[in-house]
Write a protein that binds this ligand. Structure first.
Ligand SMILES: C[S@@+](CC[C@H](N)C(=O)[O-])C[C@H]1O[C@@H](n2cnc3c(N)ncnc32)[C@H](O)[C@@H]1O
Length: 251
């Protein structure tokens, strides 16, 4: 990995260690992300009973807790932040499942076995990778042949369009990919801006078969905030998807 990517990992780790408590349990299964249908509607994971699951960017462990409630056999997670891993350990300690949590970057293998998992997933964390190709190679190697990879992330259109009063304007080019400051964060926080086509092509390149792409928006009455200071507004979600999900299979 290049020096600049290592430096971004260090600054992202610091930002996540500092801000983690604001995010505890905020984006966790059965929710996939803002205005997306939930797993209760989508059933992308199918039956998890006795499955070995691994979460990339497991955060405070709330999605792994959901996996425990679905009777997964083993819970594994990787997260960059010590604060998140510490919280996840506390949250999951009581569940009597085989638990393996690693503090580390998803771009590197911290000691995860190959050809071992039925399911690898990532809920609103994959766009933090500073090296998508390495991360996807890792995911591919961790899965058994036929295993499933599911991830959700912010839709690449969302940060390109801004809300000015009651109008939406294109404020950045959709074509402008690469490592960029995460706009709503005040501290240094670098995310990887990629087009939807880039995710799809990288997955295919690594060897996955794409099963489903979800860009659906659920506009409930309870989430009608019109405040443009809110990062995900109802008005914007009514016109462009704030988030997406991809499900694929290791061939
Ligand atoms: C929105 S949170 C995920 C929440 C999680 N799905 C849950 O259920 O609690 C995003 C997580 O990605 C982690 N992260 C950011 N960059 C990372 C990287 N390069 N490798 C591993 N984890 C990373 C952050 O520390 C943060 O915990």
């Amino acid at each position: 990995m290049e020096l600049v990517q290592e430096q971004y990992l260090l600054s992202n780790k610091k930002s996540w260690d500092d801000t983690a408590p604001r995010f505890f349990g905020r984006t966790a299964l059965p929710a996939y992300g803002p205005y997306l249908p939930t797993e209760n509607e989508l059933h992308l994971f199918g039956d998890i009973t006795n499955k070995r699951v691994l979460e990339m960017g497991c955060g405070s462990g709330h999605s792994l807790l959901y996996m425990a409630s679905q009777d997964a056999a083993e819970l594994w997670g990787i997260d960059l932040s010590d604060t998140q891993i510490h919280t996840a350990r506390g949250l999951l300690a009581e569940h009597g499942k085989k638990l393996h949590l690693f503090q580390g970057a998803m771009e590197k293998n911290p000691g995860v076995p190959s050809d071992y998992f039925d399911v690898v997933y990532s809920i609103y964390a994959l766009g933090w990778t500073v090296d998508l190709r390495s991360t996807l190679h890792n995911v591919y190697s961790y899965l058994k042949p036929g295993g499933t990879f599911i991830f959700s992330w912010e839709h690449p259109l969302h940060s390109r369009v801004s809300q000015k009063d009651d109008q939406l304007v294109i404020s950045r080019s959709y074509h402008d990919e690469g490592l960029q400051q995460c706009e709503p964060w005040n501290s240094p926080a670098i995310v990887n801006q990629m087009k939807l086509g880039t995710y799809v092509n990288e997955l295919i390149q690594v060897g996955f078969r794409i099963e489903r792409v979800v860009e659906d928006v659920v506009l409930g009455e309870d989430n009608q905030s019109g405040d443009p200071a809110v990062w995900y507004t109802y008005q914007k979600a009514a016109l462009i998807p704030p988030a997406f999900i991809i499900k694929c299979t290791k061939l």
